[in-house]
Design a protein around this ligand. Structure first.
Ligand code: G6P
Ligand code: ZN
Length: 541
């Protein structure tokens, strides 16, 4: 039987990055099938099309891949290119879609959320440009999930995904490919692998924490095999269905083992981590943490040292809450700098239109137009290439950067699981007072402007309103407030604090201490503690 009757499930609305649910929700009979058939229907069917399929190795991924293959075959797809073991990191999938000129792809991942039978699972559709489906497509998918009456799935044996090669499934070809090779080859075209081999040969030490997620095989191939880093450079390098119990989110809290090592006495020269599906990154030097916003600025300032960017950047973009450190670099280099709403999808149009080559977000995402997703290992290789050319440590590079451009002290304070009404009322009250804030002074800071961010895409003219509040102080400091778009419980308020110090004095303070006046001014203006009854943020990063 190929055609199976079904009835709609509630709540199959794709979020920022595809449909994410608890694994048992996804494992209910027909749940995955409904979503995949709705996706196929929403993109005009898959008849005669070539698709890419892979994921981050989390629990249920391999079984889900078999279901999707049988559904693609029953829906008339010509070919599905699938990573061996159903593995493909998100950036590698983006590259595969583009390199093979396929019609799109499905990525099985819940990104940096934990995996396992009682953790999270997700499915995301990417378009032919390799990037996350635009909102028009995800809206059409959601609409279809509400009316679906049947799905198509061949009743055949599972494909053998254990080794590369082609095999038929009905009239469709299942092409199993090495998940790593094409991506590693792409990296060789962008970076000076000879210089990087020289760096490691000269005794440079690195620790890469893949957090038992998908980048392990990629990192071992690139760093240990192709670049000659010492065996053992990559830790937690085998993707496990439950990520070995780790929370694969590369930040100081969740990658604390790596943090401890890099801040300790036996620290290697360089440390890095990536997330579940390999699109996020964290950069560390011996004794130094590089904030994602600073990482973006340093990469922008030094990009022409890297072969793939030697001709210069087309322009740069950052999400609105990301610090303005990169703006200062762009200004010095005469580059266009775009400010977009939170979410990688807003960079796609700018890259497709050739307006920017480099993009980044405070949420540990950095990438370029080599693919249409953020790319953790790419960011790590950018840093290594810059280090190899400059012959300096991360600490030296940061110190010189701050001395030249000044320092944007930065921190994010999160208030999680607030009652939605409380959070909304607080921001409504702030919205009502925005105009009155101008000229107000608090803690020695004077409000220069205050607004609610509304983005007009310069390429297609689409407008995204209500993207967060910006309060700018005279002198380049600011605070941004917005509600998380990815939280699962109540509302999460994110407060992004930034203080600019031009130098030469005061460039090496503790960020929380440097930000104290901004924190106090924010409390005076917004009254977060007073309105929420919380003594302070529950996560500081
Ligand atoms: C996802 C997206 C990122 C975005 C982040 C924002 O991870 O891939 O592009 O920056 O969500 O999350 P938030 O919880 O702040 O809405
Ligand atoms: Zn991710």
């Amino acid at each position: 039987m190929t055609i199976h009757p079904t009835t709609p499930f509630e709540g199959q609305k794709p979020g920022t990055s595809g449909l994410r649910k608890k694994t048992p929700v996804f494992m209910q009979p027909n749940f995955l099938e409904n979503f995949v058939q709705s996706t196929f229907d929403a993109i005009g069917g898959v008849e005669g099309k070539t698709l890419v399929l892979g994921g981050d190795g989390r629990y249920f991924g391999a079984a889900a891949a078999q279901t999707i293959l049988k559904m693609a075959a029953a829906n008339g797809a010509a070919r599905v290119i699938v990573g061996q073991g159903a593995w493909l990191s998100t950036p590698a999938a983006s590259n595969m879609i583009r390199a093979r000129k396929s019609d799109g792809g499905l990525i099985l991942s819940a990104s940096h959320n934990p995996g396992g039978p009682n953790a999270d699972f997700g499915v995301k559709y990417n378009s032919a440009n390799g990037g996350p489906a635009p909102e028009a497509v995800t809206d059409a998918i959601f609409a279809r999930t509400r009316t679906i009456t049947e799905f198509r799935k061949l009743d055949v044996a599972d494909a053998d995904l254990s080794r590369p090669g082609e095999q038929p499934m009905g009239a469709m070809v299942v092409e199993v490919v090495d998940p790593v090779a094409a991506y590693a080859d792409l990296m060789e075209t962008l970076f000076d692998f000879k210089a990087l081999r020289g760096l490691f040969h000269g005794g440079f030490t690195m620790r890469m924490d893949s957090m038992c997620a998908i980048t392990g095989p990629y990192a071992k191939e690139i760093f240990e095999h192709r670049l000659g880093a010492a065996p053992g450079t990559v830790v937690h390098g085998t993707p496990l269905p439950d990520f070995g119990g780790m929370h694969p989110d590369p930040n100081p809290t969740w990658a604390h083992e790596l943090m401890d090592e890099l801040m300790g006495r036996e620290a290697p020269d360089f440390g890095a981590a990536s997330d579940g599906d390999g699109d996020r990154n964290m950069i560390l030097g011996r004794g130094v943490y590089v904030s994602p916003s600073d990482s973006l600025a340093v990469i922008a300032a030094n990009a022409t040292l890297v072969p793939g960017y030697a001709d210069g950047l087309k322009g740069v973009a950052r999400s609105m809450p990301t610090s303005t450190a990169v703006d200062r670099v762009a200004q010095a280099l005469g580059l266009d700098c775009y400010e977009t709403p939170t979410g990688w999808k807003f960079f796609g149009n700018l890259m497709d239109a050739g307006r920017v080559s480099l993009c980044g977000e405070e949420s540990f995402g950095t990438g370029s137009d080599h693919v249409r997703e953020k790319d953790g290992l790419w960011a790590i290789l950018m840093w290594l290439n810059i280090i190899a050319v400059r012959g300096q440590s991360v600490a030296e590079i940061m110190a010189e950067h701050f001395a030249r451009y000044g320092r944007n002290y930065y921190s994010r304070h999160d208030y999680e699981a607030l009652p939605t009404e409380v959070a909304t009322a607080m921001l409504d009250a702030l919205r009502a007072r925005l105009d009155a804030l101008k000229g107000m002074s608090s803690q020695g800071l004077v409000v220069e402007s205050a607004d609610e961010f509304c983005y007009t895409d310069p390429v297609d003219g689409s407008v995204s309103a209500h993207q967060g509040f910006r309060i700018l102080f005279e002198g380049g400091s600011r605070v941004v407030l917005r509600l998380s778009g990815t939280g699962t419980e109540g509302a999460t308020l994110r407060v992004y604090l930034e203080r600019y110090v031009a130098g030469p004095e005061g460039l090496s303070e503790d960020p929380q201490a440097a930000l104290a006046p901004i924190i106090a001014a924010t409390e005076e203006i917004v009254g977060i503690k007073a309105r929420t009854g919380r003594p302070g943020p529950n996560v500081i990063s």
